[in-house]
Design a protein around this ligand. Structure first.
Ligand SMILES: Cc1cc2nc3c(=O)[nH]c(=O)nc-3n(C[C@H](O)[C@H](O)[C@H](O)COP(=O)(O)O)c2cc1C
Ligand SMILES: [Fe+2]
Ligand SMILES: [Fe+2]
Length: 400
């Protein structure tokens, strides 16, 4: 038996994935990921979201442990991404009479992914309520683009339980406990920055709108689709999500560089040492050819400063530098202090090209871009110093 009752009549029936290497085929999962699903039991039974198709049979067993031979009356689909909708067919096969609850956009995707027609779907509008009897109601609150257009949240007013979909989620499989009060949550916080920056970041304005929609609503449990159920730490988690949604960075600088033979790396090290000398305490240096982009994005989301550098490569940008810039652009990264530097041996173009990319973003460029030729000279070291000093002044809050 593996029953987790979150509060009276609300149960956890999610599963852990410690097998998949990369979420969405892109983002590494060193600590795994959970696909969370929940049961709400009134007189009628509702299942909130499902899990990845690979774990359908385990999922059905979990549900059976809670409801025995009883039926499921409603399957609420807050989000159609297949990490959550993947077991709909297995659920429907076992519980053919259930109705799927979603909005108009959910219905179109149900048809598209699984061939499910409107006769099996209860289509709800923003704010609609379904009464399960037994003092349990489900209220549906539309939160589009957190993280897909059909996304909604489901709220059980009587218990203050919010099923929040991907919002407030993080990477990291669950290790026995489900609710934050049952565990040391420390490892999940870095995974929250990584999850948000990798997957949700582009939709910050929609996350802000969703948070605003619940302003003043009493919430005792935040049940997201990934990671722990939040209870004791709701305020901290909502604060982190709100700050990430506004692209509000903490004082600190990410130095992200590429280097083939170590010369550009020397500039990165010099810049970091100068940042430290200028009082910056949080400095994270990443070799873009070595560190996964996923980790770099997490710290870019966390800290207010970013310095990017790399060698010229066949008359253009070094591929990994280009990849980072493209990731920043597609996430519409904002409110960052950004500087750049580069290198080349005969006709360097790095800093000019990096700057051109940054010019298209809503970031404040700091310091003078520069390129080193071959290996560092005194003038290059001086350029590193002044870039670092300008950056330190901005992230430390010195008004010029
Ligand atoms: C495959 C390759 C392509 C390069 N293309 C250019 C180039 O187009 N223009 C240039 O000025 N330098 C070019 N370089 C030289 C490097 O940008 C230069 O040596 C730089 O200082 C390397 O820094 P590192 O020691 O950090 O790898 C190229 C080097 C390699 C290995
Ligand atoms: Fe999603
Ligand atoms: Fe998800």
């Amino acid at each position: 038996m593996n029953i987790h009752e979150i509060c009276n009549g609300v149960y956890y029936v999610g599963v852990n994935d410690r097998t998949t290497h990369r979420f969405e085929g892109l983002w590494p999962l060193p600590a795994g990921v959970s696909y969370n699903s929940y049961i709400v039991k009134g007189e009628r039974v509702a299942l909130i979201d499902t899990v990845h198709v690979a774990q359908s049979s385990k999922f059905l067993n979990r549900i059976g442990e809670i409801i025995g031979d009883a039926a499921i009356d409603y399957l609420v689909i807050n989000h159609m991404e297949p990490d959550h909708s993947g077991s709909i067919e297995a659920i429907k096969a076992k519980y053919p009479a259930l109705k799927i609850v979603g909005n108009g956009k959910t219905a179109a995707m149900l048809k598209g992914f699984y061939g499910i027609g409107s006769e099996d779907v209860v289509t709800v509008a923003d704010g609609d309520v379904i009464d399960l009897g037994g003092g349990k109601t489900l209220k549906f609150v539309f939160t589009p683009m957190v993280h897909w257009p059909e996304t909604m949240m489901t709220y059980v007013e009587q218990d203050g339980v919010l099923f929040s979909g991907d919002a407030f989620g993080c990477f990291g499989a669950l290790n026995g406990g489900v609710v934050d009060s049952q565990m040391d949550t420390t490892p999940y916080y870095p995974e929250m920055y990584r999850y948000y920056s990798n997957i949700v970041a582009k939709y910050g304005q929609f996350v802000q709108k969703a948070i605003a929609k619940f302003d003043g609503v009493p919430i005792r449990y935040v049940c997201s689709t990934h990671g722990p159920v939040w209870h004791d730490e709701i305020a901290r988690v909502v604060d982190i999500y709100s700050r990430m949604a506004r692209f509000e960075g903490e004082p600190g600088v990410v130095v992200a560089y590429a280097s083939m033979y170590g010369n550009t790396e020397e500039l990165a090290e010099t810049i970091a040492a100068e940042l430290s000398r200028n009082g910056v305490r949080n400095i994270r240096i990443y070799n873009l050819s070595h560190s996964d982009l996923s980790m770099v994005l997490a710290d870019v989301m966390r800290y207010s400063g970013l310095i990017i550098g790399g060698p010229t490569y066949n008359n253009g940008l070094f591929p990994e530098v280009e990849r980072l810039l493209s990731a920043l652009k597609s996430r519409e990264i904002k409110n960052r202090y950004v500087g750049c530097f580069g290198s080349g041996s005969w006709a360097p173009v790095s800093s000019k090209n990096i700057k051109a990319s940054l010019d298209c973003m809503k970031v404040e460029q700091v310091g003078e871009p520069f390129d080193m030729k071959c290996a560092a000279t005194g003038a290059d070291i001086e350029a590193c110093r002044s870039l670092a000093a300008a950056m330190a002044a901005r992230v430390n809050g010195v008004v010029e």
